[in-house]
Design a protein. Structure first.
Length: 375
C-alpha cells in the first residue's frame, strides 16, 4: 500500500496564513509580563520528559544492579531536558510517581513520591492506560508501562487536585503528542489496506482532534493561574530512526507539521510560549557537527537482551552502547529517544529561551555543567 501524502494539508494553508502573523509576533518578541523568581518546575508530558517514573531495576537478580530510583528514557548516566533546564535554573525536579518493576511473575507496584515531574513514558494527550491503578496496587508483568501511563490530561488533573492551582512562581513545562501519532502510524502500517482517501481522512481527523486536545490542556494551566508556561512542540516524527527512509517518513513529517501549526494557531493570544523543538532538531540533523554530534540516524544503544531485538532507551546503559562515547556523539539513544547529549542540547536551548522570554536568571555555565557531570 502506498501511504497517503495528506492532501488535506493544502486545505490548511488559509488557516496557516491567517495565523502566521500572530505566531510571528509571538516568536519575534511578545513577552508575558511576569515578575518575581521561579521557585519550582512542574512538568507534564511523555517519555521525552519523564524524570524517573519507571524503575526496572527495583528487583534486579544482581543486588549490585538494583536501584532505589527510577530510570530515564535516555543513555545512562544522563538526564532528560527537563532536568537540564532545572539545573540551569538552580532548581530540582523529581518524579511524581515511581513504578517499581517486581520480580518476573510478581508484577510491580506504584509508589507516590509527590514530586512535580508528572510526565510519564507512554503517555498520550488525553487517553490513559487502562485502568489507572491505585497506589500500592500490584500490577501484572505484561505491558506494565502501558498499564500505568497516565495521560497529560490526568497528569494535570492530579496536579490540580493536590495543589488547587498555581501561584505564579512555577515554571510549567509541557511536551507530548508523539505517542498518539506513533500508535496511528503503527495501525496504518500493520492494518488492513485502505484507500488513500480514507486513510487521509482518518489522519486529518486525528491531527485536528489531538491538536485541539493539547490546546485545551494548555489553556487549563493558564486558567489555573500558571504565568510561565512553555510548550515544546512536536519534533518531526519523520526524522526518527525507525521511520526515516521508510514509506511512513513523508506522512510522519506532514502530520507533525500540520499538528504543530494547528496547536500554534490555537494558542494565539494566550500566555503560552512555544519552543520550536521541530526546528531545533531539523537544524541539528542538517548540521550535526555544529552541535558536537556525528550520528543522527542510528541508535547509540543495542538491546541488552538479544532475544528482545528492539532497543529500549529505558535500559540503555554504558555496556549497551554501540561504540565508546556513543552517548556523547549520537543524537538518538534508541529509535525515538535522544541520548543524554541530545537532551543536554535541547535543555540548554530551552533554558536560553526561558531566559529570553521571562528574564529568568540562569545558573553560571560552569555551575550548571557541574550538576550534570556524572562520569
Amino acid at each position: 500500500m502506498r501511504l497517503p501524502s495528506l492532501r488535506w494539508l493544502s486545505v490548511l494553508a488559509l488557516l496557516i496564513v491567517c495565523g502566521i502573523a500572530a505566531i510571528a509576533v509571538r516568536e519575534r518578541g511578545t513577552r508575558p509580563v511576569v515578575t518575581g523568581p521561579v521557585r519550582s518546575i512542574v512538568s507534564f508530558g511523555d517519555s521525552l520528559s519523564d524524570v524517573g517514573t519507571y524503575n526496572p531495576a527495583a528487583v534486579h537478580p544482581d543486588p549490585a544492579a538494583r536501584s532505589a530510583t527510577g530510570q530515564r528514557f535516555t543513555t545512562k548516566p544522563g538526564e532528560v531536558w527537563v532536568e537540564v533546564v532545572a539545573d540551569e535554573l538552580g532548581l530540582a525536579v523529581k518524579p511524581n510517581q515511581q513504578v517499581d518493576f517486581g520480580p518476573r511473575g510478581h508484577g510491580g507496584r506504584i509508589v507516590e513520591l509527590d514530586g512535580t515531574g508528572y510526565a510519564q513514558g507512554g503517555a498520550h494527550i488525553d487517553v490513559d492506560g487502562e485502568p489507572v491503578p491505585a497506589e500500592g496496587a500490584q500490577l501484572p508483568d505484561e505491558s506494565l508501562q502501558e498499564a500505568t501511563a497516565i495521560s497529560i490530561k490526568t497528569q494535570i488533573d492530579r496536579y490540580l487536585a493536590a495543589h488547587k492551582g498555581f501561584d505564579g512562581t512555577e515554571l510549567v513545562l509541557v511536551q507530548g503528542g508523539g505517542n498518539d501519532f506513533l500508535d496511528a502510524f503503527q495501525n496504518l502500517a500493520g492494518g488492513d489496506p485502505e484507500s488513500a482517501s480514507a486513510a487521509d481522512d482518518l489522519m486529518e481527523e486525528l491531527v485536528r482532534a489531538k491538536a485541539a486536545a493539547m490546546v485545551t490542556q494548555l489553556k487549563r494551566l493558564a486558567a489555573a493561574g500558571a504565568k510561565r508556561i512553555v510548550y515544546v512542540n512536536l519534533p518531526d516524527l519523520g526524522m526518527l530512526p525507525f521511520i526515516r527512509n521508510t514509506e511512513l517518513e513523508d506522512l510522519a513529517t506532514e502530520v507533525s507539521e500540520g499538528y504543530n501549526e494547528l496547536v500554534a494557531s490555537g494558542l494565539a493570544g494566550t500566555n503560552v510560549q512555544v519552543f520550536d523543538l521541530a526546528g531545533f532538531i531539523d537544524d541539528v540533523v542538517d548540521d550535526p557537527a555544529a552541535a558536537g554530534l556525528t550520528v543522527t540516524d542510528k541508535p547509540a544503544c543495542r538491546s541488552p537482551d538479544a532475544a528482545q531485538g528492539e532497543v529500549d532507551a529505558l535500559l540503555c546503559a554504558r555496556d549497551t552502547l554501540v561504540e565508546p562515547d556513543a552517548d556523547r556523539h549520537y543524537l538518538f539513544a534508541d529509535s525515538m529517544h535522544p541520548t543524554a547529549a541530545g537532551h543536554r542540547l535541547w535543555g540548554e536551548k530551552v533554558a536560553g529561551f526561558i531566559h529570553d522570554r521571562f528574564g529568568t536568571a540562569l545558573r553560571p555555565a560552569q555551575d550548571a555543567a557541574h550538576l550534570t557531570t556524572r562520569r
